[in-house]
Write a new protein. Sequence first.
Length: 161
Amino acid sequence: MKNRNVLYAQSGGVTAVINATAAGVIEAGRKSKKIGKIFAAKNGILGALHEELIDTSFESDREIAKLKHTPGGAFGSCRYKLQDPDNNNSEYKRLLDIFVAHNIGHFFYNGGGDSQDTANKIANFTRDMGFPFNALAFQKQLIMIFLLLITAPDLVQLLNT
C-alpha cells in the first residue's frame, strides 16, 4: 500500500512556537519512510474543509527550517469549532472525502483546547466510519512550557524559587 500522507493545520491565536512545531512535523515526516507527502491546511480546519491544501514538498528543507524562527502562523489559522458529529456530520463527511482524495491518513492539529476537541472528534468519526486514520493535537501552551524548560532551565529554576 502506498504511504499515507499527513495533514497539518494551525488553530486559534498563533504564537511564536506554532511555526516551530510545523517545522518539526514537516521535518520528521520527510525523514519517515512511512509517510508520503505533508500537506498544510490553509487557515486551519476551514482550509481542510475547503480543500485548500498546501503541498509542503514544494518547499526546500532550508525554507522549512526557517519556520522555526518565523513569527505568526505561516499557514494561517482559524477559531472554527466543528459541530458535534451526532448533530451534524456533514463537515466530517466532507473531511473524510478530502482525506480519501488526498490519501491522508494522519492529521496533526496545532492550537489550543478546541484543537484537542476537533482532533478527537475527527479521530472518533473516522474510526466509526472504518477509515484507518491517526489524529493528534499539539497544544501550543504545553509546547511553549516545554520549550521554556529546555531552552531556559535557569529561568525556570528562578521562577520556582
